[in-house]
Design a protein around this ligand. Sequence first.
Ligand code: FAD
Length: 560
Amino acid sequence: MYLCISLLLANIANHGLYDGISIACSNGNCQHHTTIIAGSIIGGGTGIILLFIVTLLCCHHFKGRPLQTNLKFVNSTNNKIYKHELHDVTIFTSGIWSSRHYQSGMWHSFSYFMLSFDPKLFKVTGSGLDNIGIFTIDGTYSIETGRMGLIKTYQLGTKKRTEDFKYQMIIQLTWNSETHQFEGKWYVQTNKYPGDAVKIVCANDDNEVHLLLKRLGWLDKASHQLDISISPDNTKKSAKIPAHIPPLCSLQYALTNCIDIRLSPRKNILRLFVDCTSDEDEKRRLEELCSKEGSEIYIKYILEEHLSIIDILNHFPSCKPDIAILIEFLPALMPRFYSICSSPLDDTRRITFVYSVLKFEPLNGRTYERFGVCTNWLNKIDIGTKVSIQTRISQHFRLPLTLDTPLIMIGPGTGVAPFIGFLEHLNLSLKSIDGFDVNNLNTWLFYGCRHRQHDFLFEEQIQMYQQMNVLKHFFIAASREENYPFRYVQDQLKANGNELANLIYNRNAIIYVCGDIKVMVRDVRETIAHLLQEHFDIPNIDQYMQSLETSRRYLLDIWS
Ligand code: FAD
């Protein structure tokens, strides 16, 4: 232990940081000197300010702009155009194009739009909708250089207010004959793009914090400020105050918002508890739990039963730990991920996600009833509460480049969430892009719930996507319904085995699996492997399944 923590009994007084400095003048030159010095300071200062303003204006003017105009770029010959591609008009084909961009270290989602090429004027025009708004495209291209210079303009009133860039962006692209796509840069000033999952910053349950404070006898000190410093006796070089605890906060705040009081305590905490326990029998049991020989008991009775720090303290009533142990050794309360089930094309400042509240009974050593930390917190917060979120952008769990690729989406329970986002994205693309033919889609959704009457999530949306032909095939499993033949999603996969195997083996289908990791993910993989082997007699099925994964045709978004 290296922290020294005490609770301040009163608020820290708000002292000023600096005192004033005064300089005295002893002779008559003083005023003259002062004038010269003041003049130099004013002159120099004005120069610096002007330089600063000019630099700012230049940065503002050139930031987000290319070095060449689109016309110059398109006609510039000093590019790596591949000779055999010169004069190849087929690369400029009118129709539906897809594009995606790289920003903040990762690839963002595809958007689909219409492009028309005018071979007489070498003009390119287009329109579409992406995660920012409705846009039109105007530009020019050259068959000689294989280049396009585009200006993408968002329609007024459709651009998201959360995006901090102007309505136009410049895009300069060069044909790459190796990858068979146009590649290049877009010039725009922005930082934010929606991702496909959100991290919700949550808090511990007030009752649970109360239980802990009460058990430790700290209820009356809950609102006192924590004063944390490194202990003078510390010998550890790397000792530092945990980053997740703010320098000035109350004990109540730290236990509610910063520290995970739910996770089962690690053995090092139990070891420190030994010295804080007065009862000899309890001491011995604690020693046993954190010993090497006691590992099996520790795993079975603490980890597997998810006993929390409060459970442990309740099991060892004579243990009175120092507050520093909890602050120093309990981990940070982590935000939880939730898959976004709305499309970024939906032009509102709203995201949708779905969660199910977890409930754990007071059994097997758990000394009080509890709920999932984040889901319970979400359930309890009032409308209008400000919630801190961070977006998490998935690199690969995304719609494919071409819309006619068959999609096999498997998502029981809340695992259906990203697929609702996919279907909504396709639905909105369909509405906004001329020439988007819904018949090209080949979408399969396998969903599972307990009882179709009670917990069929997104029932109405799914029916709507079916009616609109965006969702071509839908299959549902119900694990708690008597006389219903499909208990799990894998039962439905088996029932459609022939077509699925064919789509995967012959039609390059992409398989997406989302949901709770426990058994479903393993069983679904086994089922698909079995179906493929049954229908195509693949000699090394493990290798084949691995190749699906490495070629990103078997994609997982799973949690435990
Ligand atoms: P926690 O308090 O964190 O408890 C959750 C887990 O702890 C349980 O699953 C269980 O394994 C274990 N556990 C704790 N105590 C006990 C106990 N006494 N008995 C048995 N087990 C126990 N969830 C959704 O609902 N919807 C989504 O769309 C979604 N998308 C996700 C996307 C990604 C990329 C990831 C990684 C996760 C996603 N999750 C989703 C899961 C989500 O992040 C949370 O893990 C989940 O909501 C539970 O959080 P919680 O804080 O309520 O529960």
